[in-house]
Design a protein around this ligand. Sequence first.
Ligand code: OSB
Ligand code: MG
Length: 363
Amino acid sequence: MRIVACEVWGYTLPLINPLSLKGLSIHFRSGFLIKCIAESGGVGWGDIAPIPQFSSETWETIKEQVPEFTQNMIGVTIDKTTVSLERLLEPLSTMTLYPSVRFGLETAMCNLAAEEWATSVSSILSTRINDFVFINALLTGGMDTICESAEQAKHNGYKTLKVKVGQGALVDDIECINKVCDIANKDMTIRLDANQAWTLDEALTFSRTIQSDKVEYIEEPLKASEDLAVFMAESSLPVALDESLINRSNIEDWQGIKAVIIKPTLLGGILQALNLSNKARSLGIRSVISSTFESGVGICALVQLAAAIGDRVTSAGLDTYRWLKKDVLSMPIPFRGGCIKLDELEKSPPEIRCEELQDLTYD
Ligand code: OSB
Ligand code: MG
């Protein structure tokens, strides 16, 4: 099968609440949908969603590259019979692409191949797939909002709560986390994310003062990642890496780490994510597939990746989907009780609300 056309559509989706990204407040989420069309008539969609303050590329720089990468996709062929993921994505390996663009193109190819081979994307990614994916509830805002959301998430059946810390005073974080730990029942775990906000002293004070028995890990506690080894030696709080993984994949640096936060939109796609996850597994480190506020098309691919990588108990960080007030999908992804069932997700091809999108196809 040969790709004969590649369309690009711009989207801007309103958020339920303004999103604060390292001090920048955004009210809308913008990105691109890519549609690869095969000679057979089959289509595969992908999502390109660079995130302000985290991605090096922007909506504008990607738009400039649209003619180039859509032209390069035309003529790419997909074997008729099932082959490996590496073979499928091989034509992309020689293209120079921004991380978010590579994720979008790789997922479009996987979706197209799934249709051609009459299989699911998750089966293309792995031979061992879980039939459901747990999601952590992402809790943000002030202490009262976080506690209310924690109660709500517990009521809705979420097993894992993720709370942002390090944005205000340390004493407030300590009080807040202790409250959230009291709200969580014994079956629940808590993830913390400091987004590199603290000095070593602050992080150690925090870790010595909170009740930590329900804490699965803290993501990126330190401003200076060189101090992580000291923090891990002096604190009993398990550590996960997120920002430090971007542009660095030296596995020796991960000794003692509990988890890696894998964000394909930032790390550069599906193959990168699978490689990182395999490396992590060999070191006894868990992989947490996470989103960066992608549209439903991107989230769908991330659920499939999480089902392919996952160990059945580790929750994925995909709750960002709840921030979208509107989606590009006519049927929203069913996030029931902090869990997504793969058969519900993969039972029918996605229907895209093209009438709400802006056609940016180069011709
Ligand atoms: O700090 O982990 C982060 C989303 C976009 C940018 C940065 C981050 C996030 C998330 C993703 O928190 C949600 C999750 O991990 O649960
Ligand atoms: Mg993080």
